[in-house]
Write a protein that binds this ligand. Structure first.
Ligand SMILES: C[S@@+](CC[C@H](N)C(=O)[O-])C[C@H]1O[C@@H](n2cnc3c(N)ncnc32)[C@H](O)[C@@H]1O
Length: 235
């Protein structure tokens, strides 16, 4: 299904510029990646920059779910800088080979709450989660339920490759109850609770969602205490 979208050209950075109008440093960092493979959709690069550039050069505690061949951790190290506390988790034992190269790698499953809690404790907290793991609906949910309450105020929770939400093999489907976009709707309803009488869907996220951004096929949830709305008429 995704094969038809594969880029067959040579200049990745030029393609990102031409298609998406983005010429930020991350395009060059991605395009010049070597030795450790990283696989990204080109339109993710400007989105990463939009939501994550503010953490560059800081001691951001960044957790990536899904290490694969190590290239994305290399990319994040180059983008975020030496101060970043970079952790990756993966279920595949072979990924332990990347531990200590660009960050720390821990082996375990993203649907194991104890494992996730241990990793966050070791990180000293977490400011950014990027879920690029199994892409199974129940796993995405399990991670969100454990990690969101642990996300620092001002933090960012990003879930990518949500085309899987429409695919049965990932527990998704347009009408599947587990389709993650149903969870997104529930989170949005909670954000707007003052305007309806339906009960709270996600107590673990209550009062801690200041923005939900949906892109094809990536969701970003911004964590901070939302400010109460106020209006006025000015003449
Ligand atoms: C799409 S790849 C990650 C790619 C990498 N982030 C990159 O950008 O190149 C997905 C990874 O998630 C891992 N994975 C699959 N199921 C997992 C689970 N239950 N918990 C943690 N990682 C899992 C796979 O082993 C695989 O390495």
């Amino acid at each position: 299904m995704i094969r038809k979208y594969a880029f067959e050209g040579g200049d990745v950075a030029a393609d990102i510029l031409e298609r998406y109008g983005f010429d930020g440093e991350l395009a060059e960092i991605y395009a010049s990646n070597r030795d450790f493979e990283v696989h990204k959709w080109h339109h993710y690069i400007p989105l990463y920059d939009r939501y994550l550039a503010r953490y560059r050069g800081t001691g951001v505690r960044f957790l990536e779910i899904g290490v694969a061949k190590g290239g994305s951790l290399q990319m994040w190290r180059r983008f975020l800088g030496d101060e970043a506390v970079l952790f990756g988790i993966d279920i595949r034992k072979g990924c332990a080979a990347f531990d200590g190269l660009f960050g720390q790698v821990r082996i375990g499953s993203q649907d194991d709450p104890d494992f996730l809690a241990r990793v966050v404790d070791e990180m000293g907290g977490v400011d950014v989660v990027l879920d690029d793991g199994s892409h199974r609906m129940s796993h995405i949910e399990a991670s969100l339920r454990v990690l969101y309450p642990r996300l620092a105020d001002g933090g960012t929770y990003m879930i990518e490759d949500l085309h899987a939400a429409y695919w049965k093999g990932f527990e998704g489907g347009i009408d599947a109850p587990g389709n993650f976009f149903n969870s997104v709707r529930a989170i949005i309803d909670d954000m707007h609770r003052r305007y309806h009488h339906k009960g709270l869907n996600r107590p673990e996220m209550e009062g801690a969602v200041s923005g939900v951004h949906v892109h094809d096929p990536l969701v970003v949830i911004e964590k901070s205490v939302p400010r109460a709305p106020v209006h006025s008429r000015v003449v």
